[in-house]
Write a protein that binds this ligand. Structure first.
Ligand code: CP
Ligand code: NVA
Length: 354
């Protein structure tokens, strides 16, 4: 009997296990892209293509989402198709959860019919409760504390652009050639914004992959790292590679990458006015990064959806922005996680499956 594997945050994995997942995402992307390209529709050429893992063949994955989603949902549904399975979107208006039925009972019922649960919840305790009672693996699709599949996509994006931080131009993907994951030199990653789920998985990941993090959040206590997250950061020894202050200019000093997220996460709409006031001066702009002394080749990441007050159009739509590739990569990193967690029950690599 195997214990049921779950993934709540990348803090649950070691650095090498995270890199294994990212490497697998890169591989699946290269194997899968030609299947989606019209020029490969003739039988002859298809015959030469490699098949992506079919580990979800005949399997169904529940997308248990109590919040909105564009990227995570579409990535999960389309990745399931490529893995030979199907995903069922179960939004908050669709099922009994939270109105007539508990998380515990819902997890048992869905887990009796589906082979994996990808859950987007409000408070993090909700996904912990689902995982406690689910007979099948549970993957976090975003909770109040963590957003692991976002960080996986971001790490993949940085590796794909390994050369650009030293001034090389951005290369287009060549989908018909399988190459290994480009090596990435240690980077300085700056985050300017709110201490929320997206940042939290960065905090437990980047330092263990050899990168340093510089974070600026407004000084008020509500924008500091929640204690349960900082405890994991400290336990993993990540705090040694993190600088944290409240001056965005200080944060971007030497930055190879600048990252932000929404200032008003889903569920915080009532705090909008206060937050817009508190985040004055935190907009990512060319001027901010020049004044702060970022690497002249700095690049920009954002999980999306984006509001212009967080980052201006010049940066967001400009030459520094990697956001579209980052968003495409949600699909490949979710595909890797689905393959290894739901298809093979081998998210840690301990069963030696590929
Ligand atoms: N980045 C992200 O999780 O986007 P969605 O909310 O659209 O899934
Ligand atoms: N911090 C944001 C991320 C959205 C992808 C939120 O929780 O709404």
């Amino acid at each position: 009997m195997h214990a049921i594997p779950h993934l709540m945050t990348l803090a649950d994995l070691t650095g090498p296990q995270i890199l294994r997942l990212v490497t697998h995402a890169h591989f699946l992307k290269q194997v899968s892209l030609p299947w989606l390209a019209p020029q490969f529709t003739t039988q002859g050429k298809r015959g030469q293509l490699r098949m992506p893992s079919q580990s979800l063949f005949n399997k169904s994955i529940a997308l248990l989402f109590s919040k909105r989603s564009t990227r995570t949902r579409v990535a999960a549904e389309t990745a399931s198709v490529l893995l030979g399975g199907r995903a069922l979107f179960l939004g908050r208006e669709d099922i009994q959860l939270g109105v007539n039925e508990s998380a515990r009972d819902t997890a048992r019922v869905i887990g009796g019919m589906c082979q994996g649960i990808f859950a987007r919840v409000g408070d993090h305790s909700e996904i912990e409760e689902i995982a406690r009672h689910s007979p099948v693996p549970v993957l976090n699709a975003l909770s109040s504390l963590w957003h692991p599949t976002q960080t996986l996509a971001d790490v993949l994006t940085l590796h794909e652009h390994a050369a650009v931080f030293d001034g090389q131009p951005i290369q287009e993907t060549k989908p018909y050639k399988i190459v290994s994951l480009p090596k990435l030199r240690p980077l300085t990653v700056a985050y300017v914004g709110d201490s929320a789920n997206v940042l939290h998985d960065m905090l437990v990941t980047y330092p263990r992959l050899g990168h340093s993090l510089r974070v600026a959040t407004p000084p008020q206590p509500m924008y500091q790292c929640p204690e349960p997250v900082w405890k994991r950061v400290r336990e993993l020894g990540c705090d040694k590679k993190i600088w944290w202050g409240s001056d965005p200019r200080e944060a971007v000093k030497g930055a190879d990458v600048v990252v932000t997220d929404t200032w008003i996460s889903m569920g915080q709409e009532a705090e909008k006015e206060q937050r817009l006031k508190d985040f004055q001066g935190y907009q990512v702009t060319e001027q901010l990064c020049a004044e702060g002394g970022a690497n002249p080749n700095w690049k920009f990441l954002h999980c999306l959806p984006r509001k212009p007050h967080e980052v201006d159009d010049e940066v967001f739509y400009g030459r520094r922005s990697l956001v579209w590739r980052e968003s495409d990569n949600r699909k490949w990193s979710i595909m890797a996680a689905f393959d290894l967690l739901f298809g093979k029950w081998d998210i840690t690599g301990e069963r030696g499956l590929r």
